[in-house]
Design a protein around this ligand. Structure first.
Ligand SMILES: [Zn+2]
Length: 81
C-alpha cells in the first residue's frame, strides 16, 4: 500500500464518521418539544424530565410521552411501537 492509497482510506473513514454524527444531530433535532399525547411542554434541559419521559422512535418518527400519559395510555404507546 502506498502513501496515496493510505491517505484515500483515511479520508473515506473520516467522511463516514462525520455522516454518522450529522445523522445523530438530525435525529435529536426531530425530538418533540411536547408530549405527543397531551401536548404538555417538554424541557430537554431538565434532567429529571429527560429521565422520566419516554421517547418512542418508529420509522424515523420520534414521539415523546410524559409520565402521566405513559401511566394512563400504555395501550396507545403500544399501538404506535
Ligand atoms: Zn402527556
Amino acid at each position: 500500500m502506498n502513501r496515496e492509497q493510505r491517505r484515500a482510506i483515511k479520508k473515506q473513514v473520516g467522511a463516514e464518521a462525520q455522516e454518522k454524527m450529522s445523522n445523530q444531530i438530525a435525529q435529536f433535532d426531530k425530538m418533540p418539544e411536547q408530549c405527543s399525547a397531551c401536548q404538555k411542554d417538554f424541557d430537554r434541559k431538565d434532567k429529571e424530565m429527560v429521565q422520566s419521559w419516554s421517547v418512542v422512535v418508529k420509522q424515523e418518527i420520534v414521539r415523546l410521552f410524559c409520565p402521566q400519559c405513559i401511566a394512563t395510555a400504555q395501550e396507545a404507546i403500544d399501538a404506535c411501537t
